[in-house]
Design a binder for this molecule. Structure first.
Ligand code: FAD
Length: 855
């Protein structure tokens, strides 16, 4: 080998650290390095030949290099992963899809996927391969100790999520007449429900009883002389591998919790055996194969005598959805729990090797079986799940919402996306994996049971679906439209790591709109009245949610709202084309149906105080007054005509319906060139409203780069489609007026990004001498808001933080016993759903406080 590979170098450089971890002694370490060098040598030869041929011709490469197709494919995949085949346009398939999500760093550009909770299946292979014991699982989450990590990339190399070479389908006897074929299962001979009749096995092996019985026979009949199992230990995320050497060993190891197994050593040891069984999900088998070739260079797979595949639904993250387990062509026999009654396992005999072994177990009366007929209920369950797996990321793409044409919509205030059709809902719901441990629920701040409502939608049980959603979220039509799902439930969706996540927001919107249009609107059940009065101050998402939750618990709820209408930012901030006001009004109607009273035009702190409310009999208070005070920028020319805050601009446009002037009597002056300062949702909304009000050019000026913009990506793209211009890394220096004090220009300076600041984003730094001027006749300042002190000033004992926001614990409890708070007035400007989550948590705490007080 002319050049030492980066992996070998990093291992040699960190030899002492590796020896300190005690996974290897010095001799083993040297052997390992030697084996790696051989593997590297082989790959260099493959690379050289590909360079000479100018393409990947498997047949030619096999003939010239005299290596098996398996090895060749893995070598090629490995070269692709390192980007060494880019010169012929070959890039790892998995890489491309994951590329955007990960920083390119380290030896293996995407080694950071190992840290991605969403991608991790919890198989534990990386824990066992890590040469320095830097990886562990804590509370079911994989952690990497950066002090121990030597960035060798071995964890990445063994991760079965790092690539999926689907072309390796080799062990089928396709010409055999016994073979059946169904698209969802691939090739198989027979499908059974099976149960062991061997009591000792049953007791010791528990869930693994069929596997253990088959292995026992395989040892007895000399079919195998060793087995590698990736079994589950007591902790779901530590299913580390182990090597079994004989029948006695099989029973001995059946219940041991394996920690700190050394995968490489296990694979190296397995080389001593001639006939090895491998047991695990097919993706794990693939991972073992990959490791055995890279980095071990041990043709481990050449001595495999039996492959027992497992398809389980237990931990959901473990293999089930990403490899073709149920649909495998890789196993001789597949075993799992789906499709059989409790206490029985489903067995799919695929090859003659697998079928013969199963027959031997039957002949020896160690197993009893029932055939699962093709028209039976069990068969249907199996095929349904197998089908949905195939569909989820192979056949059905994420359904794209139909939208108004940008050229048309830039001139109107009608909603931009038009919603899903029933047909789209049918397709989209089929993509849902119905995970056993649904991460999407965790990702939702109000914990909507997302898989359940999607399941109900899939079954077209619309009224049950909306009832289910409304138990958790009383504002689904709003959340379906404006929630940043991409950083919440959809970001957590497991499907997102191999394909596009389920369009949860779009489905929520569909079911909420169906409810709005239906005759009988869903209204959650409320407990019997408790006759205890609770006051909610502010009818934004936080207040409305808190009110709903308290109504369900039987409280007598009154909402006090400063404006003449409810909804908070939902009506005066977010424009009609993103969230029609009618929808907000209708969702507030549900609260009224549940018994809520709403008092409009009541500014608490001015017209009335909390003390007044106490004297009216209110026993607890929730403050959800938002953070509506505009923030100004320190530049000269702020008082020029044509300089507005986004609050003023959007409130006039939205709440006072200035866009319908003269039908409504609030005029709004908009110039020809409008400049908007900021990069958040408020800036996007202001820019798009300005365009619709007749501006000829709208320019958004943002001091950081596109990457740091906090606006929802979808809204940013909508803005671009509509023709909004963006000037990134640009900051205002002064506003320049004409002789009549009307703004005519904005002087700006170019910025560069420096070190990270407190917000975790890179700090913008002015570039001296880069000033220039932008012609403009309207400037809208959309750089954030802060707490409005009207209410808080009237409660001097209430503890605030240094910015004037109310201090609470995680349940929304303030420094005063009967006062709770949530939403933007606690967190500063955030999101609709986070405000709703806070309202919900506070309601639960208020209920606890009032019940406790009563007791
Ligand atoms: P608010 O919505 O501000 O409601 C507070 C309510 O309290 C108001 O109705 C107000 O009139 C009332 N009030 C205030 N003081 C008093 C008083 N003294 N007495 C009585 N009533 C009072 N979030 C998203 O998730 N997605 C988006 O796309 C999005 N876009 C946005 C666009 C704009 C233009 C803006 C401004 C915000 C956007 N947000 C978005 C943020 C989101 O709207 C807020 O985080 C959320 O509305 C906060 O809810 P809240 O209930 O805490 O406060």
């Amino acid at each position: 080998m002319e050049e030492i590979s980066p992996l070998i170098k990093v291992l040699i450089d960190n030899k002492q650290k590796i020896l300190d971890s005690k996974k290897y002694n010095e001799v083993e370490f040297d052997e390992f390095i030697y084996s790696l060098m051989q593997a590297e040598n082989e790959r260099q030869k493959v690379l050289k030949k590909i360079e000479e041929l100018g393409s990947i011709d498997i047949q030619k490469l096999k003939d010239i290099l005299k290596i098996s197709e398996h090895r060749l494919i893995y070598d090629i995949e490995y070269l692709k992963e390192l980007g060494l085949l880019e010169f012929i346009g070959e890039i790892s398939e998995f890489y491309q899809s994951i590329e955007e999500k990960n920083e390119k760093e380290g030896l293996f550009p995407n080694v950071s996927i190992i840290r991605d909770k969403k991608i991790c299946s919890g198989c534990g292979l990386c824990v066992s391969i890590c040469p320095t014991n830097a990886i562990n699982f804590l509370n079911d989450v994989l952690n990497i100790n950066d002090d121990l990590c030597i960035n060798c990339g071995l964890c990445y190399a063994c991760c079965h999520r790092s690539f999926f070479p689907r072309e390796l389908k080799d062990n089928q006897e396709k010409l055999d007449t016994d073979i059946k074929y169904l698209k969802e299962f691939n090739n198989y001979r027979e499908i059974y429900s099976a149960q062991t009749k061997d009591n000792i096995t049953k007791e010791i092996a528990q869930d693994w009883e069929i596997v253990t019985t088959l292995l026992k026979i395989a040892f007895k009949e000399n079919i195998i002389d060793a087995a590698i199992l990736i079994g589950t230990t007591e902790k779901p995320n530590e299913p580390l591998p182990f090597l079994i050497q004989n029948e006695e060993d099989l029973f001995k190891k059946a219940r041991i919790v394996y920690n700190n197994a050394n995968l490489l050593k296990i694979l190296q040891n397995s080389k001593r055996f001639k006939k090895v069984a491998v047991v695990g999900t097919p993706c794990i088998m693939e991972a073992l194969k990959k490791i055995s070739i890279y980095p071990l260079n041990k043709p481990f797979y050449d001595n495999i005598a039996l492959k027992i595949g497992s398809f389980c639904m237990n931990h959901s993250l473990f293999g089930c959805f990403f490899c073709d387990d149920l649909t495998a062509e890789l196993s001789d026999i597949s075993i799992g729990s789906i499709g059989s009654e409790r206490g029985w396992s489903t067995v799919i005999a695929r090859t003659s090797r697998g079928a013969n072994l199963f027959q031997q177990a039957l002949d020896l009366k160690l197993i009893e079986k029932k055939i699962i007929e093709e028209d039976s209920k069990n068969f249907n369950t199996l095929s349904k799940i197998a089908k949905s797996k195939l569909k989820m990321y192979k056949e059905i793409p994420r359904q794209k919402m139909i939208e108004q044409d940008p050229k048309v919509r830039r001139n109107n205030f009608l909603e931009v996306p038009k919603g899903y059709t029933l047909e789209m809902v049918k397709l989209e719901t089929q993509r849902c994996l119905q995970c056993g441990i649904p991460l999407c629920i965790e990702g939702c701040p109000v914990n909507v049971d997302i898989p359940k409502f999607i399941r109900l939608l899939r079954q077209e049980k619309f009224s049950e679906a909306i009832n289910n959603v409304k138990t958790y979220n009383l504002l689904p039509a709003i959340c379906g439209r404006v929630c940043p799902q991409e950083i919440q439930c959809e970001q957590a969706c497991l499907l997102g790591s191999v394909s596009n996540p389920i369009a949860i927001g779009n489905l929520e919107r569909f079911i909420a709109d169906w409810d709005r249009k239906s005759q009988v609107k869903a209204c959650p059940d409320c407990q019997a009245p408790k006759n205890i009065k609770v006051a909610i101050i502010g009818a934004g998402p936080a207040g409305l949610t808190c009110a709903g939750e308290l109504l369900m618990r039987g409280y007598d709820v009154t909402i006090f709202e400063a404006f003449h209408t409810g909804g908070g930012v939902l009506v005066y901030g977010i424009p009609e084309f993103r969230l029609p006001k009618e929808i907000v009004r209708e969702e507030i109607e549900t609260l009224k149906m549940m018994g809520s009273k709403i008092e409009y035009n009541k500014i608490i702190g001015k017209i009335m105080t909390i003390e007044d409310l106490k004297s009216m009999g209110f026993k607890a208070f929730f403050i959800g007054v938002g953070a509506g005070l505009p923030t100004f920028i320190k530049v000269s020319g702020l008082s020029l005509n044509g300089v507005l805050t986004a609050n003023e601009f959007l409130t006039r446009a939205n709440l006072m319906k200035a866009y319908k002037f003269p039908e409504y009597d609030t005029p709004i002056k908009i110039g020809k060139i409008v400049t908007v300062l900021g990069g958040g949702n408020v800036a996007m909304d202001s820019a798009r409203v300005a365009l619709r009000l007749g501006a000829e050019r709208v320019i958004v000026v943002y001091r950081r780069s596109e990457k740091e913009m906090p606006a929802r990506r979808a809204e940013y793209h909508h803005a671009i489609e509509e023709g909004i211009e963006f000037q990134f890394l640009t900051n205002p220096v002064s506003f320049i007026g004409d002789e009549n004090e009307n703004v005519k220009q904005m002087e700006v300076i170019k910025m560069r990004l420096g070190e990270l600041d407190d917000s975790g984003r890179r700090r913008p730094i002015p570039i001296e001498g880069s000033e220039y001027k932008i012609d403009t006749d309207t400037i809208i300042i959309a750089i954030g808001t802060k707490a409005n002190p009207i209410l808080t000033n009237s409660i001097p004992e209430l503890k605030l933080n240094k910015w004037g926001y109310i201090e609470t614990d995680e349940h929304g409890k303030t420094s005063l016993e009967d006062i709770y708070a949530g939403g933007d007035i606690v967190t500063g400007s955030a999101t609709v759903i986070s405000a709703m989550g806070a309202g919900k948590r506070a309601a639960i705490e208020i209920d606890y406080y009032l019940t406790k007080k009563k007791d």
